[in-house]
Design a protein around this ligand. Structure first.
Ligand SMILES: *Cc1c(COP(=O)(O)O)cnc(C)c1O
Length: 328
């Protein structure tokens, strides 16, 4: 694998924990969790692994300002803002959606990390992002643009390495004595699943990786994940080719769309909280866990299999005014 720049700041390896009470309650396969909600940076989450490589590239390019975009309660934006602070970079966040009257959850944290926030509508976000980038460049801010969710080949590399980390953890001193039969993960901009998919090939993981789609139909997401996995392989100088049909995505849990909390998410969040003391989030892991629970109920996994839920973080959004009142 060709080395690419990386700045290490995440708290790694993240723990793997068994979920014995939840496994018993659901009566299905043995469940485990990989705690990427505990990556350390500004309350953690999956974007931190991507940011180790994105910041590595940004600093290598002499960047002075990070620019990225996301929804109002974007975990990606919050972790990017924290990383910018940590490395003395400026941070401009382009947030889309209804500008809230109170600043809670991730939006509060964005501001505590000193990010400049620019509001837009979803339909205008790409143009605005381009205009802000050009303006920042002209002002000598040396901007570095991070795509939605940090999902480009540089960012996705973080999840190829994460798969190697997982395999190195399994064994005698880990709750998981051998690699899990399944990895189940929330999948949206695709970088996490693409990185894991490539990592599986690079490091000979033979289990299955199932992405629970958060906001896209199956075909669109498998296409996105396979493209990104191919581009990431190129970046790392590896010759692998992934076809969309090799990518496992379940898009049965899209509900009312991105960020629309329904009974399924509320139940999953409550169940993980009450049974294992683990916080999920209303947008991503709540939905993915709801999918996991439903798939177990339907007998999708064999009882003797092991299933690792790759926790991607997001719990600060639980404290957002938009979500908190719905959850209890
Ligand atoms: C961004 C995010 C995801 C989705 O990861 P992608 O790499 O964009 O597919 C899942 N869970 C949480 C909590 C996130 O913030």
């Amino acid at each position: 694998m060709k080395p690419i720049p990386r700045i290490k700041f995440a708290h790694l390896p993240t723990p793997i924990e068994a979920l014995p009470r939840l496994s018993t309650l659901l009566g299905g396969p043995r469940l485990y969790v990989k705690r990427d909600d505990q990556t350390g940076l500004g309350l953690g989450g999956n974007k931190t692994r991507k940011l180790e490589f994105l910041i590595g590239e940004a600093l290598g390019n002499g960047a002075l300002t990070l620019i990225t975009a996301g929804a109002v309660q974007s975990n990606h934006c919050r972790q990017t803002a924290a990383a910018a602070a940590r490395f003395g970079l400026g941070c401009i966040l382009v947030l889309y959606g209804d500008k809230p009257t109170t600043h809670t959850g991730n939006l509060l944290l964005d501001q505590l990390f000193g990010a400049e926030i620019i509001w837009t509508e979803r339909t205008h976000r790409d143009e605005l992002l381009k205009a802000i980038f050009e303006e920042s460049w002209a002002q000598g801010k040396r901007p570095y643009l991070i795509p939605y969710g940090g999902s480009n080949p540089t960012g996705a590399s973080g999840y190829s390495i994460a798969l190697q980390e997982l395999l190195s953890q399994t064994g005698d001193n880990c709750p998981l004595s051998s690699p899990p039969d399944w990895i189940v993960v929330a999948s949206s901009s695709g970088g996490t699943q693409a990185g894991l998919t490539l990592g599986a090939k690079l490091f000979n993981y033979v289990g299955k990786i199932l992405g629970i789609s958060i906001d896209e139909p199956r075909e669109a997401l498998t296409q996105k994940v396979s493209n990104l996995a191919n581009q990431t392989a190129d970046l790392l100088g590896e010759k692998f080719f992934f076809h969309p049909q090799e990518i496992l995505v379940n898009a049965d849990y899209l509900g009312g769309g991105y960020g629309v909390v329904s009974k399924a998410e509320i139940e999953a969040i409550g169940l993980f909280g009450r049974t294992e003391g683990i916080l999920l989030d209303p947008v991503y892991t709540g939905r993915a866990a709801a999918g996991l629970i439903d798939l177990i109920a339907k007998g999708f996994f064999k009882p003797e299999e092991s299933v690792l839920f790759w926790h991607t973080g997001g719990s600060p959004a639980l404290f957002a005014d938009k979500y908190a009142p719905l959850l209890v």
